[in-house]
Design a protein around this ligand. Structure first.
Ligand code: TXA
Ligand code: MG
Length: 368
């Protein structure tokens, strides 16, 4: 066990002394958790193999799952890569700093510990002032996966990080909640046509607008047929394992609600503890049904509260749903829910990234 230092930094008024302290830890080969706009990252000097090994150890992450390198300005890509493909320039200009990770052929200075043994390297500039100042002050590129124990959900709040990594890292910066809430889009630039390896809030449509061509969507294609230089290791490892079994229901909204209410009645008969993940538009349709579905009200008509209902936000604002998704799933880990029945969202725009994460947490997907 390490003594983990907790360092609170105010995003609005960043204390340079605290940044210097954290940067010093990174330069000396230590590990520092820091906020980014997507999720918290577990950082170490990307060019120091011993430092990078500490990341894998703290997370319990398989060593062949490569890390994203975080830099503070675009020109810092140059030493890390063999070349910048022509198509990448427009994307870097448009989306950096921001939630887009680009994969390039790596240069020799990137150790194989960081690239998981691949010949490619993933790079992004985070859009978070604490992260940028920290990387700048450290003076080295910072490798950082999401700051969760491997197999758990990515942390969107400092308290999530503490649940997972206290005693396992040198320092945790407490720097507010992440305002995007799901991980960056990962785009492989080493293929002839860029390939989306992980959808995020930089959507396929946004990439297409800048690229002038449609990127290949790995989640929609046969992953064995589509291959760039990188072997999309992120898709090989199991992600996200919440405590409860999650059933995601897809279809028209009315059918989703009907199916969830039907399944909930079945599970209530089996005396299972149930959770429902819904949206603002549908929340009262589950609450209302509490009268009709046996088990939720006692014979005096009093709510026994056996079903925990949580909304992800309004369907009109998919960004809000993205921000709340991991938070709500982690909240369920703190309850005794055994089964979670979860609504799907429309698979367009940011919805594609939300559905990608829901498919990763689901043990069953029901199509209505
Ligand atoms: O938003 C994010 O991307 C956050 C914040 C901290 O920046 N980071 C993050 O890192 O989500 P991580 O390690 O949890 O996810 C990185 C994903 C993994 O699925 C990994 O396999 C993939 O990117 N990846 C990294 N390098 C790669 C490479 N060279 N080729 C293919 N996939 C790569
Ligand atoms: Mg991760």
């Amino acid at each position: 066990m390490k003594d983990t230092i907790i360092i609170k930094i105010d995003t609005e008024n960043i204390d340079d002394k605290l940044i210097e302290k954290c940067a010093g830890i990174l330069r000396e080969g230590g590990t520092v958790v820091f906020p980014t706009e997507t999720v918290y990252g577990l950082g170490a000097d990307a060019l120091n193999p011993e430092a990078v090994k500490k990341i894998f150890k703290a997370k319990g992450r398989p060593s062949n799952n490569p890390l994203i390198i975080h830099i503070s300005k675009a020109e810092n890509v140059l030493p890390l890569v063999e070349e910048i493909p022509e198509k990448a320039h427009g994307l870097m200009k448009e989306f950096w700093p921001g939630p887009l990770t680009l994969i390039f052929k790596k240069s020799e200075i990137v150790p194989r510990e960081t690239s998981g043994g691949l010949s490619t390297v993933a790079i992004r500039i985070p859009n978070n002032s604490i992260a940028i100042k920290l990387i700048e002050e450290a003076g080295v590129p910072i490798a950082a996966p999401s700051a969760n124990v491997s197999g758990k959900l990515s942390p969107t709040k400092a308290e999530h990080v503490m649940e997972d990594l206290m005693g396992k890292v040198d320092a945790i910066i407490v720097g507010g909640d992440c305002n995007i809430g799901i991980e960056s889009t990962v785009l492989d630039m080493t293929a002839e046509t860029p390939i989306i390896l992980r959808p995020g809030t930089v959507t396929r449509e946004m990439l297409e607008r800048v690229l002038g061509e449609s990127p290949i969507n790995l989640s929609m294609e046969n992953p064995n047929k589509v291959r760039g230089e990188s072997d999309s290791p992120g898709t090989k490892h199991i992600h996200y394992l919440p405590d409860a079994k999650i059933t995601v229901v897809q279809g028209d909204l009315d059918d989703i609600v009907a199916k969830i209410n039907e399944l909930r009645t079945e599970y209530e008969r089996e005396d299972k503890k149930i959770g429902i993940i819904c949206t603002d538009e549908t929340k009262n349709r589950y609450e209302k049904n509490m009268n009709r579905n046996g088990g939720t009200l006692n014979r005096h008509g009093k709510n026994m509260g056996s079903v925990i209902i949580k909304s992800l936000g309004s369907r009109k604002y998919p960004e809000t749903i993205a921000v709340n998704l991991f938070k709500v799933l982690r909240e369920f880990d703190k309850t005794d829910a055994e089964i979670i029945l979860c609504e799907s969202v429309s698979d367009t725009g940011i919805g594609q990234a939300i559905m990608d994460r829901l498919e990763k947490v689901a043990s069953t997907i029901v199509q209505q």
